[in-house]
Write a protein that binds this ligand. Structure first.
Ligand SMILES: Cc1cc2nc3c(=O)[nH]c(=O)nc-3n(C[C@H](O)[C@H](O)[C@H](O)COP(=O)(O)OP(=O)(O)OC[C@H]3O[C@@H](n4cnc5c(N)ncnc54)[C@H](O)[C@@H]3O)c2cc1C
Length: 393
């Protein structure tokens, strides 16, 4: 079949890969000059099956309301009026009221486990170098409330799904990551099977393999033609356009509630002796970190502000302060800031299905876990396209 993919972020390149491997003729349309230049550029780097909890809980809602008043808060909701934002918040609350937390978290964990396996296979088989580190993720706690909540999730959800998690006392935390300034740490959880890697390098590496080995044609710096034209020329079209998927879904006559949830990262070219070897997750600050070769990446914060790529100093400084507090010997003289928009659904689950337009398919809305989940959802949408799309005679 002839299949068009819109977007060459992580969802687009993995979708193109799943389809091309099955022998389909794939064309990718990407507005930017290279693959992985938008949200799939400088994220937290974590394949974090162990961080699969969806955000639809009452404690998160209460925290969100308190944080609205603080400029440096991990979550910020800009009060400016916007129908899309309020519609998204309303549906988020509906998911919270309906108690979807446990079911959606388990679904996310299962996708993450499958996806991680696929990434390792793809990287090995196609020879993609992307600073992969397989040393797990260390969740660090300084606050009793957050530690107890994590232990509850540990007992009820992660055990059911067979995710390996080791509970640690402060000495255990220090033993796993000696570079961490562990003053005030009351405990931790280590998830040894988790991994990290550079999403941008992976996207570029996979796009190169797709073009050279699988004959996929990439149209860079090219706005995808409108869906009417694309569906005339192709047997199927996969929308993998990140935060732009909402607009495209309206063209398909099947509007999706996907809102851009902004986050920031900093990348530090640091003295290798000062970079922690294990990826960290600070649950209270909502900050993650990882080592990417000779670089240290720190990412976090969530902001509901529409399509906006500005990088205000006040939003990046908490990430720099976090590094200074936790790794006092690391120099923060040269820090590269970045902002990206998570394509987030109110249920926190990606949309992986055929649309109401029978030739158009969605693999989008992966929110805060697009890196973790995309290899698996790419296979799911390829299955769906193969079982429902009709090849033109
Ligand atoms: C601060 C931050 C930290 C994060 N940390 C993690 C993490 O540690 N682990 C994790 O799993 N996830 C993380 N994420 C989430 C993850 O990065 C995203 O879910 C993922 O990158 C989204 O990929 P995508 O392919 O859906 O979107 P994108 O990467 O944005 O790709 C969409 C592409 O479509 C193109 N496009 C859109 N419309 C058109 C059009 N009409 N024509 C042509 N091209 C078009 C765009 O140019 C873009 O390149 C983080 C996100 C942020 C912001």
């Amino acid at each position: 079949m002839r299949i068009a993919v819109i977007g060459a972020g992580i969802t687009g390149v993995t979708t193109a890969y799943a389809l091309a491997r099955r022998g389909h003729a794939v064309s990718v349309y990407e507005r930017r000059r290279y693959a992985g230049m938008l949200t799939s550029y400088a994220n937290g780097g974590q394949f974090s099956v162990s961080n699969s909890e969806v955000w639809n809980t009452w404690p998160n809602v209460v925290k969100g309301m308190k944080w609205m008043l603080r400029k440096d808060a991990p979550l910020l909701i800009h009060p400016s009026p916007s129908l899309a934002k309020y519609k998204w918040i309303a549906e988020f609350l509906l998911n919270t009221i309906n108690g979807t937390y446990e079911r959606h978290t388990i679904e996310t964990i299962r996708l993450g486990l499958r996806s991680r396996e696929l990434y390792f296979q793809i990287a090995e088989e196609e020879g993609i170098a992307f600073d992969l580190t397989r040393k797990g993720i260390l969740h660090v706690y300084k606050d009793e409330f957050y530690f107890k909540a994590a232990l509850r999730a540990n007992a009820s959800i992660y055990k059911q799904t067979g995710v390996g998690r080791t509970v640690l006392d402060p000495a255990g935390v220090k033993a796993i990551e000696p570079r961490l300034e562990a003053d005030g740490v009351i405990g931790g959880i280590h998830t040894p099977e988790d991994a990290t890697g550079d999403i941008h390098k992976f996207c570029v590496g996979l796009a190169d393999v797709l073009a050279s080995k699988y004959g996929v044609s990439f149209h860079y710096e090219a706005e995808a033609p409108d869906l009417a034209a694309l569906t005339r020329e192709h047997d199927a079209v996969a929308i993998c356009a990140g935060v732009e998927s909402a607009a495209l879904s309206r063209q398909a006559g099947d509007p999706l509630n996907i809102y851009p949830v902004k986050g920031y990262s900093i990348t530090i070219e640091a003295d290798p002796d000062t970079i922690p070897q294990v990826s960290l997750l600070d649950d209270e600050a909502k900050i993650v970190s990882c080592k990417l070769g000779s670089r240290f990446r720190v990412a976090g914060t969530a902001e509901l502000a529409g399509i906006d790529y500005d990088i205000p100093h006040a939003r990046v400084q908490p990430l720099v302060n976090w590094v200074r507090r936790n790794f006092p010997s690391m120099s923060t003289e040269h820090v590269e800031p970045w902002a990206g928009l998570r394509p987030m659904t109110p249920s926190m689950l990606p949309v992986v299905r055929r649309s109401r337009n029978p030739k158009v398919y969605f693999n989008t809305g992966h929110g805060h876990l697009g890196w973790t989940l995309s290899a698996a959802t790419a296979e799911l949408i390829a299955d769906e396209i193969e079982s429902t799309a009709q090849a033109a005679p």
